[in-house]
Design a protein around this ligand. Structure first.
Ligand code: NAD
Length: 254
């Protein structure tokens, strides 16, 4: 499908995982893609693969985020889609009983403050165009509790969800849609390695997923492409769950 022909899309965290899969999917849909990431080699490779532009950005740095959208706009004359997706889940973010203020703040900065900055600095371009689609990556943990806690991560994703909803409402009549994407667990190399070492840990999570497996990054990217496109013209301020049924489940199939 070519639903994004002529559109310019900026993807943060585009060097890896869900971001990289979305860079590829956006390009297949006809978009010109700007890859924004801290990781220069991965980011350049991703941008090179799709004939787009790489911009090295730390999404927690206000001036760098401001410059990112200015660079995209200078290069291509518009910014139609912002996929604000960069995020971290470091091991020192754990139970509230063990997590220190430094880990708490770092995760809030990268996962939540960054989304505030990205929205703040892309919105003026979209308002001037009278059109735009913002997709902010939250998580299914924004709507469900886990006994295997990563307390700052969960709180940051709850913040992304509430902020996206509010922005979606505020800018709805200006032609700008803002949605929170809430993926379930995705089969990333990190997750695969972790669960290959610890089958019990994997089983404890898999039992809650009606579909019976983790998502592929390309399945999340397909949802992002939908939200970015005019097929989603009546979808805004949503908590867009792509979770294999986890959040709807009480008893799962055996
Ligand atoms: N993988 C999952 O199971 C899962 C589930 C739900 C939500 N998510 C969310 O999806 C998003 C992407 O996750 P992923 O699994 O693809 O992760 P990933 O680690 O594969 O990719 C994240 C990318 O963000 C970049 N990044 C990190 N900090 C940055 C910063 N300060 N500035 C710029 N770039 C930075 C990294 O370099 C990396 O390329 C995250 O927000 C994550 O919380 C992931």
């Amino acid at each position: 499908m070519k639903r994004l022909e002529g559109r310019v899309a900026v993807v943060t965290g585009g060097a890896s995982g869900i971001g990289l899969a979305t860079v590829r999917r956006f390009a297949q849909e006809g978009a010109t893609v700007v890859v924004a990431d801290l990781d220069e080699s991965g980011g350049k490779a991703a941008a090179g693969e799709v004939g787009g532009l790489f911009v090295r950005v730390d999404v927690t740095a206000e001036e760098e985020v401001k410059a990112l959208y200015a660079t995209a706009h200078d290069a291509y004359g518009r910014v139609d889609v912002a996929f604000n997706n960069a995020g971290i889940s470091p091991p020192d973010d754990d139970s509230i009983l063990e997590t220190g203020l430094d880990a708490w703040k770092r995760v809030q900065d990268v996962n939540l403050t960054s989304v505030y900055l990205c929205c703040k600095y892309v919105l003026p371009y979209m308002r001037a165009q009278g059109k735009g689609s913002i997709i902010n990556t939250a998580s299914f943990v924004a709507v469900m509790g886990a006994a295997t806690s990563q307390i700052s991560y969960t709180a940051s994703k709850g913040g992304v969800l509430a902020m996206s909803r509010e922005l979606g409402v505020q800018f709805a009549r200006e032609g700008i849609r803002v949605n929170a994407l809430c993926p379930g667990p995705v089969s990333t190399p990190l997750l695969q390695e972790l669960f290959a070492k610890d089958a019990e840990r994997a089983a404890r999570r898999l039992v809650h997923i009606p579909v019976g497996r983790f998502a592929e990054a390309s399945e999340i990217a397909a949802a992002v492409a939908f939200l970015a496109s005019d097929d989603a013209s009546f979808v805004t301020a949503s908590e867009f769950l792509v979770d294999g049924g986890i959040s709807g489940a009480y008893v799962t199939p055996v």
